[in-house]
Design a protein around this ligand. Structure first.
Ligand code: SAM
Length: 293
């Protein structure tokens, strides 16, 4: 098991952001940022199912819904450990698993960059949890170190920002009003959601971490950004690259939020569905690899 609570110095700011402002925004907009990924997650699991009776580790597990799913898929003899550097996500994950009566699931607070897990897992999973490491190679080496020889990695991460209109177009609107300030007080989320968007980077990190059989499959999909226009605007200006620009601009960003929201509504208008929800296109990598031992 990793030692809980140890954070690599280079990662402190990102870990703090994930445990504070980002946790709060994620929780508030969970319907958009977690539940909208349900079908995509099922697809990732059906592409590479966790082994029945196997031991699984879920890296950057957030609220632990994927950890619970791993535990279900491995069956009563299987086991899933959810890990995350944020104690607030892990507290929620523990409470939710207990409320769901899940028995073969546990959670721990650990920073993947400083973790050293014993090689006792057959399968490592991560949905959007591996893009935020200041030092991605040591982190992915630790994930590989958690796997038995022949153990498999299955992860989902965003492709490049420009491959996902939901992110690129939102950011383009915000950029009409704001630029990235040279100096700012806010903690950032680390390298960021699109840090593995370049396939050579994504593959290179895994190769350097010692993985083999690395495979990346691009998957474009419909992303439900909100049940209505207000919900979509709130969510997309709370999380993601447009939201980050507002956040880093502090009070100035907040002052401009109403006019930004109006311009975003214009941009999203053509994505409105018959039921009023807003659905845009997005794109991820399905990444699989093996620990050769
Ligand atoms: C985009 S969220 C994804 C959460 C969850 N996997 C999901 O799909 O709903 C990224 C998660 O990675 C976690 N995280 C960020 N840096 C981490 C690190 N160095 N070690 C472990 N977890 C980290 C965050 O706390 C957050 O829960």
């Amino acid at each position: 098991m990793a030692q809980p609570g140890i954070t690599a110095p280079a990662n402190e700011e990102a870990v703090r952001a994930w445990d504070t402002v980002l946790y709060e925004r994620w929780k508030q907009h969970r319907e958009v940022f977690v539940e909208s990924l349900g079908d995509l997650t099922d697809e990732a699991f059906s592409r590479m199912p966790p082994p029945e009776g196997g031991r699984c580790i879920d890296v950057g597990c957030g609220f632990g819904d994927t950890t619970q799913r791993l535990a279900e898929l491995t069956g009563p003899e299987g086991f899933a450990l959810g890990t995350d550097s944020s104690s607030r996500f892990i507290d929620d994950a523990r409470d939710e698993a207990a409320a769901a009566g899940a028995h073969n699931v546990e959670f721990e607070v650990s920073d993947a960059q400083t973790a050293s897990w014993d090689p006792t897992f057959d399968y490592a999973f991560s949905r959007m949890g591996t893009q935020f490491f200041a030092a991605p190679v040591p982190a992915m080496r630790a994930v590989r170190g958690a796997l038995v020889p022949g153990g498999r990695l299955n992860k989902v991460c965003w492709r490049r920002k420009q491959d996902s209109p939901i992110w690129a177009e939102t950011e383009a609107v915000v950029q009409q009003f704001l630029t990235r300030p040279e100096e700012y007080e806010a903690d950032t989320c680390g390298p960021g959601p699109f840090s593995l968007g370049n396939p050579d980077t994504c593959r290179g990190i895994l190769e350097a971490a010692g993985f083999t059989d690395i495979d990346l499959v691009a998957r474009d999909f419909d992303y439900r950004m909100g049940r209505d226009m207000d919900a979509a605007i709130d969510a997309m200006l709370a999380i993601g690259p447009g939201a980050e620009l507002i956040r880093l601009n502090g009070e100035h960003g907040e002052r401009r939020r109403p006019e930004i929201a109006e311009a975003v509504a214009d941009r999203f208008a053509s994505w409105r569905q018959e039921d009023g929800s807003i659905v845009g296109r997005a794109s991820v990598w399905f990444v699989t690899a093996t620990n050769p031992g």
